[in-house]
Design a protein. Sequence first.
Length: 246
Amino acid sequence: MKKKILLAIVISGMLTIISAPVGATPIIFTGSGTNPITGQAISASAAFDIVAGNLQVTLTNLGADVLAPSDVLTAVFFNIPGSPSLSRISANLNGSSVLFGPGGIIGGEWAYTNSVGGGPSGANEGISSSGFGIFGPGNLFPGPNLQGPISPDGVQYGITSGVDNPATGNAPVTGRNALIQSSAVFTLGSLPLTFTLADISNVSFQYGTDLNEPNISVPEPSTLLLLGAGLVGLGLLGRKKFRTKG
């Protein structure tokens, strides 16, 4: 039987401790809220993992039916100490389909930069399918421009929810723009030698095409990991006392 370790996962600002096989070390941030523009439930997750020495980020829209661009997940912002400039290796569908457009390599529609300039939650790094006045054509992952105009621009190839009904909503989300349904995965290289997943903080999820549209911030992992360690410690202490009484 494989040994188990405890992982801390952020879920809607709460901490959940789960067991996982040794070697499974991703940190998963999850945030939820309500879009004040459409009234729809919005929720997203970002799983950060180190794979073959590179940082892999899996971004998933966990929300309800998408009715407007402001329900579409278009960016994740995060902080890494020192704001290192990472190399853009790849951007791909995470087994997801594309609505209203071609699939395949999506790098020509998504960008990464470490020059966010104190973005949402004080982040210095970001991955986005929209410009936001931050991302430009020089920040794109490798790959073709699948839908004009030159990316990153607009809502095209943003991530709609896995339960989205493509027949409901306004024109931008019912055929005008290609949308990824559910999830995408991004790989970044040139990590600092001292980098660990615990360095990631100030994670937030951005929706739509303007920073004034919904943004969901997630608590910092360091505090939550310490809380998780404390809960584990309390559990071990309780077991010790129980054995002593027995």
